[in-house]
Design a protein around this ligand. Structure first.
Ligand code: FES
Ligand code: FES
Length: 162
């Protein structure tokens, strides 16, 4: 007999009901329901690639119990990019700055960058490095990722994204 439970979520602006195991993490619940832009790396809270916004705050979905998200709102990199101008601009900036190589870390890096910028983060390389410090990238050396977030922060400061 299945001991699955039903949870109601708002995922990328859409009301959904997922059936999850009591111990299932949010990462698996999202991927089991076709949100494959949420990547599974370490599943131990170390790489950051599984990051999503939960009620506007970046969380590592592998460390988040799906059942505890009942009634809450989740945005993933793909959904946010389609609905939010700042996120779409940051995604473009990652391409322009060559911040993507294999791309595995990219959704999580975008989530970290979005949270940084939405909280008023400035064009400050040291602060940006701190903002992405919970995320691992095996390809880029991080500099181009910082460049992309820096570029969008500058555009915000100049009023170009107002
Ligand atoms: S998969 Fe969640 S932090 Fe690595
Ligand atoms: S681009 Fe490959 S892990 Fe970051």
């Amino acid at each position: 007999m299945s001991n699955k439970i039903k949870i109601n979520l708002k995922v990328n602006g859409e009301n959904v009901t997922y059936e999850v195991e009591p111990q299932e993490n949010l990462l698996r619940a999202l991927r089991n329901n076709f949100n494959w832009d949420v990547k599974c790396g370490c599943e131990a809270g170390e790489c950051g690639t599984c990051s999503v916004l939960l009620d506007g705050k970046e969380v590592k979905s592998c460390l988040t119990l799906a059942a505890a998200c009942d009634g809450h709102e989740i945005w993933t990199d793909k959904g946010l990019g389609l609905n939010d101008r700042l996120t779409a601009r940051l995604q473009e900036a990652f391409v322009e700055c060559g911040s993507v190589q294999c791309g595995f870390c990219t959704p999580g890096m975008i989530m970290a960058g979005v949270e940084y910028l939405k909280n008023g983060g400035k064009a400050d390389r040291k602060a940006i490095k701190y903002a992405i410090s919970g995320h691992l990238c095996r390809c880029t050396g991080y500099i181009k990722i910082v460049d992309a977030i820096y570029k969008v922060a500058e555009e915000i400061e100049e009023g170009a994204l107002a």
